[in-house]
Design a protein around this ligand. Structure first.
Ligand code: NAD
Ligand code: MG
Length: 394
């Protein structure tokens, strides 16, 4: 009998986490994998149910107030329970064959880095790790002798069609974008959009944070920086292309004129299964594409006037250092303010741009502590700027 591969899922209770559990269970669950650690933010009931369904060894909930519920739900199962940020990082640092990193936001960085340092192969959904600390993560990956397998659908697509022994011949990467729910909206119309409209993505069902990021197109900005960090292609050679159907997940163009694309239904279980099985393709519980039903694929140039996030992210990428980390932190603060109905939609990008204009971010991040400090500074700054802008417009 072949030994079961050991795996952990960080952020198992989220959208990507639940899709990952689907794939694991489709492959046979505990009979196929030795599931060590599952982690969640605050939903103890779901985390316990998942841990029982795949017979995990340990379930960690970030919110310490939820620990009694988690313990209660796991009592008699033999599954250990723990809570808090330190427990989460310690659990992530337990080396496994494959660790799916799917915590939302900059909060995913420390656990992801712990998993890298433990030498686990990382299935990376948490793009913020590469945005906030790409050079640091890449250094630690090399030091630990491990690798990152992208799970973000675009980066999985690029990874699948990038001929790793032909990098001399790559002309460009084409990163596709759905354009989000406001693709056809005028700026005037975007001014008054609601939280519900912003979270209503046309093609993908995802967590709240990334859904809003798709509406502002900060998601594509983060993905641009993520691609720059993951692939041996310089940032200027990464183009963004709006493709409303989200069927082509991204492409690599070669100097001989060939363009290789990866296509699939907009379902995260495909890139999750690809990373989980790599280097062997495995099955995923997804629909096959029906080209006749699709009948056409459309393409448009991105509009940086209506979606300034694209320009802001490219500038942050070119500035390098801690600029992408500051951009992400300011974006998380402004996005939360919009979701709480404290600022209008178009203010999100305006706040981020103001933070970056006034932020001293030229220095490279030498350590996780440097990144965390820059993230904190940018958050504080974003709150100040929101207050300043609110006073000015009052
Ligand atoms: P989500 O909000 O649905 O789930 C996030 C998970 O992280 C949950 O388990 C949540 O409980 C946990 N979490 C949240 N805050 C935490 C904290 N401070 N500490 C510890 N755990 C915390 O998010 P999602 O949509 O699954 O996205 C997860 C990551 O994957 C993000 O980085 C996102 O950009 C990326 N991603 C998501 C999709 C998608 O289809 N949803 C696609 C590509 C990439
Ligand atoms: Mg994506």
């Amino acid at each position: 009998m072949v030994a079961r591969r050991s795996i952990s899922v960080l952020g198992s209770t989220g959208s990507v986490g639940c899709s990952t559990l689907d794939v694991i269970i489709d492959h046979g669950g505990a009979d196929a994998y030795d599931v060590r650690v599952l982690t969640g933010g605050a939903n103890a009931a779901l985390l316990a149910q998942q841990a029982i369904s795949v017979r995990a060894s340990l379930a960690v909930i970030q919110n310490e107030a939820a620990l009694p519920d988690l313990r209660e739900a796991l009592s008699g199962t033999g599954i250990e329970a723990a809570a808090g940020d330190a427990a989460l990082v310690a659990a992530a640092g337990e080396g496994v064959d494959f660790c799916l990193s799917a915590i939302a936001g900059a909060a995913g960085l420390a656990p992801t880095l712990a998993a890298v340092r433990a030498g686990s192969v990382i299935g990376l959904a948490n793009k913020e790790s590469m945005v906030c600390a790409g050079p640091l993560v890449n250094r630690e990956v090399a030091r630990a002798g491990t690798r990152i397998l992208p799970v973000d659908s675009e980066h999985s697509a690029i990874f699948q069609v990038l001929e790793h022994d032909q990098t001399h011949a790559i002309d460009r990467i084409v990163l596709t974008a759905s354009g989000g729910p406001f693709r056809t909206f005028s700026l005037e119309r975007m001014r008054g959009v609601t939280r519900e409209e912003a979270l209503n993505h046309p093609n993908w069902s995802m967590g709240t944070g990334i859904s809003l990021d798709s509406a502002t197109m900060f998601n594509k900005g983060l993905e641009l920086i993520e691609a720059d960090q993951l692939f041996p292609v310089s940032g200027e050679r990464i183009e963004i292309l709006v493709h409303p159907q989200s069927i082509i997940h991204s492409m690599v163009g070669y100097r001989d004129g060939s363009v290789l694309a990866q296509l699939g239904a907009p379902d995260m279980r495909t890139p999750i299964a690809y990373a989980l099985g790599w280097p062997r393709r495995v099955s995923a519980p997804v629909e096959q594409l029906d080209f006749v039903a699709l009948s056409r694929l459309d393409f448009e140039a991105p509009d940086e006037l209506r979606f300034p996030a694209l320009r802001i992210a490219r500038e942050a990428m070119m500035a390098g250092g801690l600029a992408p980390c500051a951009m992400n932190a300011a974006k998380e603060v402004a996005a939360t303010a919009f979701l709480d109905q404290r600022i209008p939609f178009l203010e999100i990008a305006a706040v981020v741009e103001n933070v970056l204009e006034e932020f001293d971010h030229a220095t490279e991040a030498a350590s996780l502590e440097d990144v965390i400090a820059a993230d904190r500074r940018a958050r504080t700054h974003a709150y100040e700027i929101m207050q300043r802008r609110a006073r000015r417009s009052a």
